[in-house]
Design a protein around this ligand. Structure first.
Ligand SMILES: *[C@@H]1O[C@H](CO)[C@@H](O)[C@H](O)[C@H]1NC(C)=O
Ligand SMILES: *[C@@H]1O[C@H](CO)[C@@H](O)[C@H](O)[C@H]1NC(C)=O
Ligand SMILES: *[C@@H]1O[C@H](CO)[C@@H](O)[C@H](O)[C@H]1NC(C)=O
Length: 537
């Protein structure tokens, strides 16, 4: 929830303890390998119910989603729900720190609610670079009829999962990283909904909502539509000021939605997705087809943005929260003045991809490279199993000179703390950071080294709220986050080789007061593994 309004949460708890009155949607998803052909040659993909990408979930705010995932791969498997906040329910987050992997041949039923959310999200496999082979899909949360969104109902909506793609399989890519490769090689292609092309059909004179998520491993992309302007309508579940753009940058892990009015001569127009800032310039070209059109629009494909990082950074700064737009909650967002709340602490997280540990190249955050423990952190915390995590095992600020080390850091934070986190990029490539369980206000982007002086430049009025923020090369991004969601939450690089190589950690948001109003108890069907195996639920 963008404006994480503690008071409202308390009120909401009283009326909807477990969401029992809200509708249920049931899914059974069988995960298999199967042949796919996205780049023109057959390769092994990860399919859900035979589909690549996986089935799209269309649901409504507060729906209960019951997803029984049957793992028929030869490797342990988990799905995570990107941007779904799992309110009070990190048990369902589906990352290695919260859930035991579903063993081959076994199943696990996720049970969660799209609580208080409206917007464009997606799911993807969180383990073992499975995401490089597929297993991802869209998750759209529509508003309830009584809740207005700040734009007239579109004539329809289109969902675009865009992202880079590799000809090599996930096991081969993983072996390269495990063997100490510096990073994944440049991708081989760019996909829209699992193919290099896609067609979106609309009627002349009507307006459509394009929902776009970057599900790729590491490439930032730019999206544009020949001859048409893109009116930004939603960013990761919050409503921005509806600026018009010629094109939009979308970084790994991010989602946004824009409105397009079909107000041009009825023809076919190119929908172009291209990589940004990358060693290889990759492009996928789809079609916006005006119903009945029989010819392509004349002229060249729309060009990429005229600038690189500075252009992109300026666009990022132009994303502003619409203070008067309502959200999933009935109150106006503007009643929550995040800029006036004192922060209780600051974390400055500097990432590096040059740590060498045991002869292998790893990624680290403030000198600590995350190692996935044998027992999920959430279970270790629940059962008080010692020596699984390193409580507060990462410095709150970068430490110069200390040699990098391996660890499993969990930062202990108190429920309802209000925290500043600065992501410091010390390298020459684009980064993207994601926090599970929350969204946060992106109060600043800058070049160079962050200092406390930069706080004077923060947007403390109408910063965009989102769950994934890009960090420009040798620059920083600063966020404020209201810790109103108790649980064990993954803070990670959304650049997937970096995440895999250790650029991640966990935040444990907690209060000594045990209450189901703050957090649900362990699900009765939770898989127990590692040192939690065999313990009672
Ligand atoms: C596995 O699926 C069965 C139904 O096919 C269900 O009864 C069972 O609860 C599922 N297991 C888990 C751990 O969710
Ligand atoms: C913000 O939302 C309000 C309420 O829905 C809407 O009327 C207004 O046009 C939006 N403002 C901008 C600048 O997008
Ligand atoms: C990719 O395209 C950009 C923008 O058109 C250009 O500046 C850059 O040199 C290109 N890079 C390569 C490797 O072709």
């Amino acid at each position: 929830m963008a404006p994480a309004l503690a008071l409202l949460v308390l009120l909401a708890v009283a009326v909807s303890l477990a969401g029992a009155d809200d509708p249920y949607r049931y899914y059974t998803w069988t995960v298999t390998y199967g042949p796919i052909n996205p780049l023109g040659t057959t390769q092994q993909g990860i399919l859900i119910n035979g589909q690549f990408p996986g089935p799209r979930i269309d649901c409504v705010t507060n729906d209960n989603l019951i997803v029984n995932v049957v793992n028929n791969l030869d490797e342990p498997f988990l799905l995570t729900w990107n941007g779904i906040k799992q309110r009070k329910n990190s048990w369902q987050d589906g990352v290695a720190g919260t859930n035991c992997a579903i063993p081959p041949g076994a199943n696990y039923t996720y049970k969660f609610q799209a609580k208080d959310q409206i917007g464009t999200f997606f799911y993807f496999p969180s383990l073992a670079l499975h995401r490089a082979a597929g297993g991802f899909g869209a998750l759209n949360v529509y508003q309830r009829p009584a809740i207005p969104v700040p734009y007239p109902p579109p004539a329809g909506d289109f969902t675009l999962l865009v992202g880079d793609w590799y000809a090599a399989g996930h096991k081969q890519l993983r072996q390269a990283l495990d063997a100490g490769a510096a990073a994944l090689p440049p991708p081989d292609g760019l996909l829209i909904n699992g193919a290099q092309s896609a067609t979106f059909v609309g009627d002349l004179g009507r307006t459509y909502l394009f929902r776009v998520s970057n599900v790729g491993l590491k490439a930032s992309v730019n999206v544009r539509i020949q001859g048409h302007s893109l009116r930004l309508a939603e960013v990761e579940g919050t409503h921005p000021v509806q600026n018009a753009y010629d094109s939009l940058d979308i970084h790994p892990g991010q989602s946004l939605a824009f409105l397009v009015t079909l107000d041009k001569p009825p023809l076919d127009y190119a929908v172009v997705v291209s990589t940004r800032f990358a060693a290889a310039n990759l492009t996928a070209v789809g079609t916006l087809h005006y119903a009945g059109a029989t010819a392509r629009a004349p002229g060249p494909l729309p060009p990429p943005p005229p600038g690189q990082f500075d252009w992109s950074l300026n666009q990022a700064r132009s994303f502003r929260w619409n203070l008067t737009a309502s959200a999933a909650r009935p109150n106006p967002q503007g009643s929550f003045h995040y800029g006036t709340i004192p922060t209780s602490r600051t974390l400055v997280l500097a990432s590096s991809s040059s740590a060498v540990l045991a002869g292998r190249r790893r990624c680290a955050v403030n000198g600590v490279s995350f190692v996935v423990p044998d027992t999920p952190l959430k279970l270790a915390d629940n059962y008080n199993i010692a020596n699984v995590m390193d409580w507060d095992g990462v410095p709150a600020r970068p430490v110069g000179g200390a040699p990098p080390r391996a660890g499993t850091p969990v930062v202990r934070l108190n429920l309802h703390e209000f925290v500043e986190v600065v992501f410091q990029n010390t390298e020459n490539e684009m980064q993207s950071w994601h926090l599970d369980g929350y969204d946060f206000w992106v109060v600043g982007y800058g070049n160079g080294q962050w200092t406390e002086m930069q706080r004077q430049t923060y947007n403390l009025v109408d910063a965009q709220a989102r769950h994934t923020v890009q960090v420009y090369p040798n620059g920083w991004s600063a966020i404020l986050v209201s810790l109103d969601n108790q649980g064990m939450w993954n803070l990670r690089s959304a650049i997937w080789d970096r995440q895999y190589l250790g650029q991640q950690l966990y935040l444990r948001v907690w209060t000594p007061e045990q209450s189901f109003a703050n957090e649900y108890s362990i699900p009765t069907n939770a898989i127990l593994c590692g040192r939690a195996a065999g313990l009672p639920h």
